[in-house]
Design a protein around this ligand. Structure first.
Ligand code: AGP
Length: 363
């Protein structure tokens, strides 16, 4: 209990550690004033030979990888994210100009290690993005980048997801500069948003209404999460966290896919959590209205200044205004809190959910 620092669970402690862990992840690596990026082992030019990037990962780390490939791909460098367990059995072609990035908190996940070994055997260059110095992934890959989130005890990954996404944004910016040959147009805006991130997360922790929202929708049949673009992975992550610790049925969908099938599941007993970033909001708002028309309660996770969304939603979990590519990290913190409180109200064993392990070392 001493290790929980006064919190009821490690998960809650780790959620609250995020302002500190994010500062550690960022320390010395980016200067918003000049736009400079300084990644210890990756000076400018490190990735000049690379022509495409593939991320391999599992679970929460897979969702971070999806955010990473969206970030890089939208800035002109071909990038894809694969579930490591699938990559290990049906890998796409690679060559010496392919960078395969294993995203793994523990650095010990068997599926991710298999995928990285397969990539290496195919001649790709490999890089581990991990929290654990000396882990198998860090040792076996050609290079390693450490996310510096500090130890994470709760089986549900929280602070490491945030630090993974920040690390992949910085790595992504380095890659884009080396390969595309110029800074992203919005580099300084992204770096400023990252610099503000620890304070923004603190603001969410201080003012969240997630416990009230969790209580209000406690007896629902299922919980759905939707997002578009950079926050489609946040919808997936919100649902994974929710099912993992509350044992309630939850699913994440690309907002635009609802009408292609999942809408049949939507009823007044299926609250829908819609994530907004300030980009593509109009389309996601129209998806939100589609589920409302079927009687589902809608909880928007959105900027505190977006009055139109606030007006249509039944409840709002607000996030500070920031760059759209950083907003997902903030929205995810609200969803971490939502899952935590839903599970706590159901008296679940939050730090050790049934059937799950912190590190999965079998394929
Ligand atoms: C996250 O809450 C899960 N416990 C799980 O999905 C985890 O992210 C996955 O097993 C990958 O672990 P890794 O990051 O250590 O490779």
């Amino acid at each position: 209990d001493a290790g929980k620092g006064g919190y009821d669970h490690y998960m809650l402690k780790e959620i609250h550690e995020q302002p500190t862990s994010l500062r550690q992840t960022l320390r010395g690596r980016a200067d918003p004033a000049t736009g400079d990026i300084a990644l210890e082992d990756f000076p400018p030019g490190t990735f000049e030979e690379i022509s495409r990037v593939q991320f391999v990962a599992c679970g929460t780390s897979y969702h971070a990888g999806l955010v990473g490939s969206h970030f890089i791909g939208s800035r002109g460098l071909p990038a894809q994210t694969f579930l490591a367990s699938e990559y290990a059995v049906s890998a796409p072609p690679v060559d010496e100009n392919t960078l395969v990035v294993g995203v793994t908190q523990s650095g010990e996940t068997a599926d991710t290690l298999s995928a990285l070994r397969r990539a290496e055997a195919g001649g790709a260059r490999t890089l581990a993005v991990t929290n654990v110095v000396g882990s198998t992934a860090a040792r076996e890959c050609d290079d390693a980048m450490f996310i510096r989130a500090g130890p994470e005890i709760g089986v549900a990954a929280t602070k490491t997801f945030s630090s993974q996404v920040v690390s992949l944004s910085l790595l992504g910016e380095r890659l884009v500069r080396d390969v595309v040959g110029r800074r992203s147009d919005d580099t300084q805006d992204v770096l400023s948003a990252l610099a503000d991130l620890p304070d923004h997360v603190q603001r969410i922790l201080d003012y969240t209404k997630a416990h009230r929202v969790a209580k209000r929708y406690r007896d629902s049949d299922s919980y759905f999460f939707i997002g578009r673009g950079s926050v489609f992975p946040v919808a997936l992550e919100g649902a994974l966290k929710f099912k993992e610790i509350s044992y309630e049925h939850a699913e994440g969908f690309a907002a635009g896919e609802l009408k292609h099938g999942p809408l049949a599941l939507v009823t007044p007993a299926t609250p829908v959590f819609a994530v907004f970033t300030g980009r593509h909001d109009r389309k996601t708002l129209s998806n939100m209205k589609e589920v409302e028309a079927r009687g589902a309660p809608v909880v928007a996770v959105a900027s505190e200044t977006n009055e139109e969304i606030v007006q249509y939603a039944d409840d709002v979990l607000t996030i500070p205004d920031t760059h759209p590519d950083v907003a997902g990290i903030l929205a995810n913190v609200q969803l971490q809190l939502l899952s935590y409180h839903a599970a706590a109200q159901l008296d679940r064993p939050i730090d050790k959910p049934r059937n799950l392990a912190k590190s999965v070392t079998v394929e």
